[in-house]
Design a binder for this molecule. Structure first.
Ligand SMILES: NC(=O)C1=CN([C@@H]2O[C@H](COP(=O)(O)OP(=O)(O)OC[C@H]3O[C@@H](n4cnc5c(N)ncnc54)[C@H](OP(=O)(O)O)[C@@H]3O)[C@@H](O)[C@H]2O)C=CC1
Ligand SMILES: Nc1nc(=O)c2c([nH]1)NC[C@@H]1CN(c3ccc(C(=O)N[C@@H](CCC(=O)O)C(=O)O)cc3)C=[N+]21
Length: 282
């Protein structure tokens, strides 16, 4: 039996149609939703992602503005740019593309963003709100993953969800969302000693590591639901996930592909968060 494939793109297209209507409603209230993206340096993956975000905004009628800064920009200059955006009433969402250059203190930068414009959900206020299950701007990839599970009728309550990865942008918050949805959650990371034994007990396995095809069928329980967050660009330009899709699809019941799985959902949730932030300004 081969797993059924959970295409993010299908749901992403559907939600993006709904977002178009939200944009029109806001415009009727004289609010033109706008996202500002700060990109520092010229990391090729970052440039690709930022271009994808811009294009997605354009398609639904969200205004987007990309501010490019040199990789040697000072931290103070970057903070000054954020302050301008914080104070700009025409800007509803602010996103600082990661990773930042070594000399910039990421924590300080992310804390500087107005929490109500923090469409990435990385500000400590939003992180705290998520952890106590309050309304918040929640990180886009985790929101996208849970929306995808819901759309494909994966039940979460009472299930054992294993998350591989504990980053602030994916692993940690996706575990919290699943916990808030009544899953039993286990986190694994690079110091986990018995990874295979743990992942073998997962009903839902979320893989957010960043190592091409690390997870094969030996890590997966028969019938498990597998979500592959990984995006590694090969030299050929091809993008691959953290899961060896061809092997795992024979044992899982449902699985996301890479590309066209989680990625399109991340960008859709960014659009959604921008609408949410624009509504805060009403
Ligand atoms: N599709 C999408 O929308 C998105 C995709 N991504 C992709 O997802 C992947 C992960 O991103 P991100 O969370 O930012 O990455 P990070 O590098 O910040 O985190 C990786 C995590 O994986 C853990 N890890 C590393 N090696 C192993 C291993 N051998 N076994 C178990 N755990 C391991 C690390 O452990 P430790 O904490 O101990 O170091 C860490 O917690 C990347 O490929 C990224 O490109 C990211 C965001 C969105
Ligand atoms: N402040 C900040 N916020 C982020 O949300 C953020 C970030 N920094 N830094 C980098 C990661 C990575 N990320 C992805 C978004 C979309 C795809 C995506 O759509 N991928 C396509 C494949 C890529 C392609 O087609 O070229 C897919 O999976 O179908 C992947 C990864 C957001 N990130």
């Amino acid at each position: 039996m081969s797993a059924s494939i959970m295409y993010g793109k299908v749901l992403a297209d559907k939600i993006r149609e709904e977002i178009k209507t939200d944009v029109q409603e806001l415009v009727q209230h004289q609010i033109k939703p706008k996202l500002s993206v700060l990109i520092i340096g010229d990391n090729p993956a970052s440039k690709t992602y930022v271009r994808m975000k811009q294009k997605a905004c354009e398609k639904v009628g969200i205004e987007s503005d990309v501010i490019k800064l040199q990789s040697d920009v000072s931290e103070d200059e970057l903070l000054k740019q954020i302050e301008l955006l914080n104070n700009d009433r025409s800007v509803h969402g602010i996103l600082v593309q990661l990773p930042l250059p070594e000399h910039v203190n990421e924590k300080r930068v992310l804390e500087y963003i107005d929490p109500n414009k923090d469409v990435d959900g990385f500000h400590p206020i939003n992180v705290g709100r998520l952890s106590i299950d309050q309304d918040a701007l929640v990180p886009c990839t985790p929101l996208g993953i849970v929306a995808l599970l819901d759309y494909y009728n994966v039940s979460i309550e009472g299930k054992h969800a294993v998350v591989i990865g504990r980053s602030n942008i994916v692993g940690k918050p996706v575990g919290q969302l699943l916990l808030n949805r009544q899953a039993t959650v286990t986190y694994c990371h690079s110091k986990t000693q018995n990874l295979k034994e743990i992942t073998k007990t997962a009903d839902i396995l979320i893989v957010a590591v960043g190592r091409a095809e690390l997870i094969n069928e030996e890590y997966v329980k028969e019938g498990a639901v597998v979500v592959d967050v990984g995006n590694t660009f090969l030299e050929t330009g091809k993008v691959v996930g953290d899961v060896a899709f061809d092997q795992v699809k024979d044992i899982a019941s449902q699985i996301t592909p890479v590309p066209k799985g989680v990625g399109p959902m991340t960008i859709t949730m960014l659009l959604n968060n921008t609408i949410k932030a624009a509504k805060y300004s009403m």
